[in-house]
Design a protein around this ligand. Structure first.
Ligand code: SAM
Ligand code: SF4
Length: 321
């Protein structure tokens, strides 16, 4: 089997696939208040298209797949896609990132289809703040979703929390307690600048500051625990806490991923507007061209993001975070 390696020596074995740009929330850091014009369904890759693409990618060394969105569970029959992916030789893990609201309906089907793990995005345990951050979500729906994950027996669940100064930074330790009481890892993510939050610096709180807050209550010890991404893990008595520092250069040095958008573009870096259109090759089931385009996207993968000096993706929901 071949292995994708970029020109900076990084092994690319992980892909995030955005299955839809649609979402039932409008999180303040991710989507405009009035939403976006959804891409017409007929422009999206079908699940068969995605599975074809992955078959080719797996031959090039892609082993782990994350399904994301928008909200991936608003696209119907996601379990069908998962079943297809699980049959692809070389794919070792399929996981899902979700806002959690639709898990009471779908958790069992996802488990039966072979989904390996779920990450739930949860920024607050306050109903009022939850509404403020998501603009239209209900915290209770996510909590019910989390119950459903445990009920059907998923393991290694994670919580992802974007921390924002004056909005949810007072809840960091409460969120740790919540996650660890369920034996989940929790990962704190620095806010990434997008066009949606021109005053992002007002809300930005660094991982160093987050760690200082945690240290006031917990003893923390750095570990070499590794998961799929560039998060750095610390051990607390009650469980693990991960830190994701998108703005730091170390984050880029550990990058092992490419992304596929719901419309069939390979995105080599979250922090650059570089896209490689692979849709026609996929639709024509042209393995050779698909392979060439995957290799090309890895070839042009930049060393570092340009989040601070390039106006990047105005909506994270279109590319899956
Ligand atoms: N809807 C799903 C969810 O919320 O988990 C999947 C898609 S969402 C775009 C994926 C992740 O991106 C979420 O954890 C979200 O918090 C994160 N995200 C979106 N915009 C962000 C930003 N500006 N800064 C940091 N993280 C962001
Ligand atoms: Fe939707 Fe996830 Fe973006 Fe929130 S972060 S608007 S839930 S896609």
């Amino acid at each position: 089997m071949e292995q994708l390696i970029d020109k900076f020596g990084r092994k690319i074995n992980y892909i995030r696939i955005s299955v839809t740009d649609r979402c039932n929330f409008r999180c303040i850091y991710c989507m405009p208040k009035n939403g976006v014009d959804w891409k017409p369904m007929e422009n999206l890759l079908t699940y068969e298209d995605m599975a074809f693409f992955l078959k080719v990618a797996a031959r090039l060394g892609i082993e782990k797949v994350k399904l994301t969105g928008g909200e991936p569970l608003v696209r119907k029959h996601l379990d069908n896609l998962i079943s297809m992916i699980k049959e692809i030789d070389g794919i070792k893990e399929v996981s899902l990132t979700t806002n959690g609201t639709m898990l009471p309906i779908y958790a069992k089907r996802l488990k039966n289809a072979g989904l390996d793990r779920i990450t739930v995005s949860l920024d607050t345990l306050s109903k009022e703040k939850f509404k403020k951050i998501t603009r239209m979500g209900e915290l209770d729906d996510v909590l019910k979703g989390i119950e459903a994950i445990d009920d059907v027996g998923f393991k290694k669940t994670k919580i992802n929390t974007v921390v924002m100064k004056t909005i949810n930074d007072s809840e960091i330790t409460d969120l740790i307690d919540f996650a660890h009481s369920r034996r989940y890892d929790i990962r704190f993510i620095e806010l990434m600048p997008t066009d949606l939050i021109p005053d992002w610096q007002k809300y930005f709180i660094s991982i160093k500051q987050i760690k200082d807050i945690i240290k006031k209550r917990f003893d923390i010890e750095k570990t070499d625990k590794k998961t799929n991404g560039p998060s750095v893990y610390y051990k607390l008595e009650s469980g693990y806490v991960g830190f994701i520092t998108p703005l730091s250069k170390a984050f880029c040095a550990a990058c092992n991923r490419i992304r596929l958008s719901s419309e069939g573009e390979i995105i080599a870096c979250l922090g650059h507007n570089l896209k490689v259109d692979v849709k026609n090759a996929i639709k024509n089931r042209n393995e050779e061209t698909t392979e060439k385009l995957i290799k090309y996207s890895v070839e042009i993968k930049p060393k570092e993001h340009a989040m601070l000096n390039e106006s990047i993706h105005s909506s994270m929901s279109a590319i899956g975070g």
